[in-house]
Design a protein around this ligand. Structure first.
Ligand code: ADP
Ligand code: ZN
Length: 596
């Protein structure tokens, strides 16, 4: 999550206010200057010339060396007047010439007294100075605008503490030593303890990596300087690297502090010898490595970085003295989910029928961000429905909205599409009903949501830490159940299954390349290997992978087909119920199975 700093805003506002103030003072100054020329105490130069040469009414002139402002005493007047002359030297010559012609004017020349001339000099320079300042301010303002778009290393005290982070108890325990170190670095140094410079947080987006990094800073009471890896990537060569440098310059100034780099994979992915964007990326990464090696552990800067794709990272980042510690931030379990729901519902009006424990059970696999989002959506739905408080229906609607996207009530669906969707979804539901490892059906619908024409929701009651081979195989069968039903019942296939096919292929690939579940290949990880590395396992290793993936998919598809063929009556019944009611519940689904 990104909270673009409030400081940034107020800093910017300050510049705007300053700019406006300057502008006002410039205008006032200009008005004063033009008006001041028109006081009666001043004679225009032409007037002065006339008074000297024609009227001969000038008695005495006081001049200060270097100043073009002179004092004029007229014969018939008590008060002295001021005049401004274009050039002192020419003026003195003119007076001397007049004297030769018998037209004598007393001329007094005083040496320049600094305390008179300097301020007046400054005063005459004032508009220029103000203009320069205004110019600088405008430049700065533009620079700031630019920065808030791209370079945005914000430093702030977060105010977030471990109390705001629900669940993640083990992770917090692991990171508490960092807090203690930031609080009392001396104590650790005296003991000779080495504190890690960099810690990598691994985890899906929305699992609270940013949150926990902020909480560490908040607990220790140190500034939190953050930037996202994608912000380092620039079109202009060298900019990314210079941003890294600036980020660490800033960190050194405010240390002890936390530096947080989100999406570090954007800069830290494996270096290549490429050109253009790639070499720019390399420069940025190299700069990061230089910075990390450059500061000593006693500088009390701790760099936390987050990524969802650890396998993408350049190995150099993981060497000792860099990000040599890794903490996995897992999606929350049922208890964690309940706690997250509690935290995020604290400021919401919940009705008495809401059971957060129940919701936590129904939301296995959800991240903290998704749970926070659900509660927010529920509050919006309750408001739209004019409810006094958020009730269970609002919450369930919110869950659907977040999981399958917005309900598209306005879209008109053709009868043909509806039938296809009905058989497709019925296919998923019927097939999974016969797969022991697969979750029970909770709801089936042919109302489009988001990109999906329909959906089958499953009850996911337990959190799973390990997935067995059988389970993965059956997952693929369930995914292909939609396509199999379309083919067998309607003798046609549609694009509606594209997402299912994509996921099924991914699962099969993971089985072969990641989890060593293929007999032909064995327990070897081929997932993160480069082309040349793969070849060390045999020249045709890629062909074998392909064949293995295809075998898994083929087997699963024929199993899905036979499940459909053997249960055609049930498939028809479920599809018909869907066409009639659009959405059917778990109870209705079970009823069909009992009666058909
Ligand atoms: P990440 O950095 O892993 O993508 P964030 O830290 O930005 O995730 O999480 C986004 C939001 O989700 C947080 O601001 C918070 O509202 C909520 N959230 C995520 N995990 C938790 C948690 N463990 N406890 C409380 N709220 C959480
Ligand atoms: Zn499907």
């Amino acid at each position: 999550m990104k909270e673009k700093g409030n400081n940034k805003h107020s800093e910017r506002n300050l510049y705007i206010v300053l700019g406006i103030l300057l502008l006002i003072s410039l205008i006032v100054l200009a008005v004063v200057l033009t008006n001041s020329k028109k006081t009666d105490n001043e004679i225009a130069y032409s007037d002065l010339m006339y008074k000297i040469m024609q009227e001969k009414s000038v008695e005495k002139i006081d001049m200060t060396v270097g100043s073009t402002t002179i004092k004029v005493k007229l014969k018939n007047e008590e008060e002295e007047k001021k005049a401004i002359i274009p050039s002192t030297q020419a003026f003195v010559e003119l007076i001397q010439e007049q004297a030769k012609e018998g037209n004598y004017v007393e001329l007094k020349q005083e040496p320049a007294s600094t305390w008179v001339t300097l301020p007046s000099k400054l005063f005459s320079l004032l508009p220029t100075i103000l203009l320069i300042i205004l110019f600088v301010v405008i430049l700065k303002m533009q620079g700031l605008g630019d920065k808030s778009k791209t370079y945005d290393a914000e430093s702030q005290k977060t105010g977030t503490t471990f109390k705001d982070v629900a669940g993640l108890e083990e992770e917090k325990n692991e990171l508490i030593e960092i807090v203690n170190f930031l609080k009392e670095p001396k104590k650790f140094h005296e003991m000779g303890a080495k504190i890690p410079k960099g810690i990598l947080l691994y985890g899906k987006p929305g699992t609270g990596k940013t949150l926990i990094a902020k909480a560490i800073a908040g607990e220790a009471g140190v500034p939190f300087i953050s930037m996202s890896g994608s912000e380092f990537i620039e079109m202009f060569a060298g900019l990314g690297a210079s941003r890294v440098r600036k980020l660490f310059e800033k960190a050194k100034k405010v240390a002890p502090c936390i530096v947080f780099i989100d999406e570090i994979d954007a800069i830290g992915s494996r270096r290549t010898g490429g050109s253009g964007a790639e070499s720019e990326n390399n420069q940025t990464l190299n700069q990061l490595l230089v910075e990390m090696d450059g500061f000593e552990t006693n500088e009390t800067i701790i760099v936390l970085a987050a990524t969802n794709r650890p396998e993408m990272l350049d190995k150099a980042l993981l060497r000792p003295g860099r990000f040599d510690r890794q903490v996995t931030i897992a999606a929350p379990d049922a208890k964690g989910r309940e706690e997250i729901l509690k935290i995020h519902s604290a400021d919401k009006k919940l009705g008495p029928d809401i059971d957060l424990k129940e919701i936590a059970k129904d939301t296995a696999g959800f991240t903290g961000a998704e749970l926070a989002n659900i509660l927010n959506e529920a509050a919006i739905i309750a408001t739209i429905n004019n409810h006094e408080e958020i009730n269970m229906n609002d919450l369930e609607e919110a869950i659907k909205k977040v999981t399958v996207g917005l309900q598209k009530q306005s879209r008109v669906i053709s009868q043909k599409d509806k039938k296809l969707t009905a058989y497709h979804e019925a296919g998923h539901a019927v097939v999974s009903r016969f797969l022991p490892t697969q979750d029970n059906v909770k709801e089936i619908s042919i109302i489009p949501r988001g990109l999906a024409g329909g959906y089958t929701m499953y009850k996911t009651n337990e959190d799973k830490y390990y997935i067995s081979k059988t389970e993965m195989e059956e997952k693929i069968v369930a995914l292909l159940g939609g396509r199999a039903a379309e083919k067998i019942a309607l003798d046609d296939i549609s694009t509606g299954a594209s997402n299912d096919i994509e996921v099924a292929t991914e699962v099969a690939k993971d089985m072969v390349k990641k989890y060593g579940m293929s007999d032909k290949i064995g327990p070897i990880n081929l997932e993160t290997k480069e082309q040349y590395e793969l070849q060390t396992f045999g020249n045709n290793i890629e062909d074998i992978i392909g064949v293995e993936v295809k075998t898994i998919i083929d087997k699963a598809y024929s199993r899905a087909q036979s499940l459909i063929i053997n249960n055609m009556d049930k498939l028809h019944a479920v599809a018909e119920a869907l066409l009639e009611n659009e959405t059917i519940s778990e109870e209705k689904f079970e009823e069909i199975f009992r009666n058909v």
